[in-house]
Design a protein around this ligand. Sequence first.
Ligand code: G3H
Length: 248
Amino acid sequence: MRFSPELLISVQSISEFDALVTTTAESVSPLADIIDLKDPRRGPLAPASSVLWDHAAKVASNRPELRISAALGEYDEARAVAATLPARFDYAKMGPSGLRSVSDLCNAWQSVRRSLPEGVELVGVAYADHTNACTLPADEIFTAAQGEGLRRVLVDTFVKDGISTLEHLGIAGSRNLIASAKRQGLWCAIAGSLAKKDFAAIMPLEPAHCVGVRGSVCEETRTSDLCIQRCQQWRSLVDDWKVEGLAI
Ligand SMILES: O=C[C@H](O)COP(=O)(O)O
């Protein structure tokens, strides 16, 4: 069986979204399997403006192949904005910072899921630097997600200081986390200041279903403009990574 992981790219503006969508239309293979909307200037998972949400939903309403995802922010912000997310979105992500117990986390997920439009799937996010975010370790969040009936999880970093998820968790820790998610039947995405070398390091050991990037596809830092050439390089990297006979 041929397996290629999916690529998630985060965008912060209408021009970046349009650039990815336009390139997607012209490419044999889509530049991003999932286009993720966020405001990287305001935190790891800060929501983009409602103007950008509405624009993306409108474009995607005529493009059924596009998969779009929205960062909702941490819990207080997420519960305030979840109900305003357009129903065309495929996924929504809420940061777990400040949620220190499984019950607090599950209550927060339940509250946000009740507010989301029907059909928008909540993704369970864990932070590799969980102590920075005053929340539970990633493996506990993934297990809680499974128990709560979430089907998808993503590990990211809370503090965007360039220290990657792989550096926080270590190679063995990252591998174990992905393996544990997969054992629990969860679709697992890995993100968090990832560089191309991080992808090359982790995938042969334990391939994630998806890799998410922002800083690595920008002109300079993650708040600067998206660089389409870097997006194309990531697309090639992901597409070239193929494993025969590997089921995930
Ligand atoms: O969801 C993925 C994030 O946008 C990753 O951002 P980053 O690569 O800058 O840490």
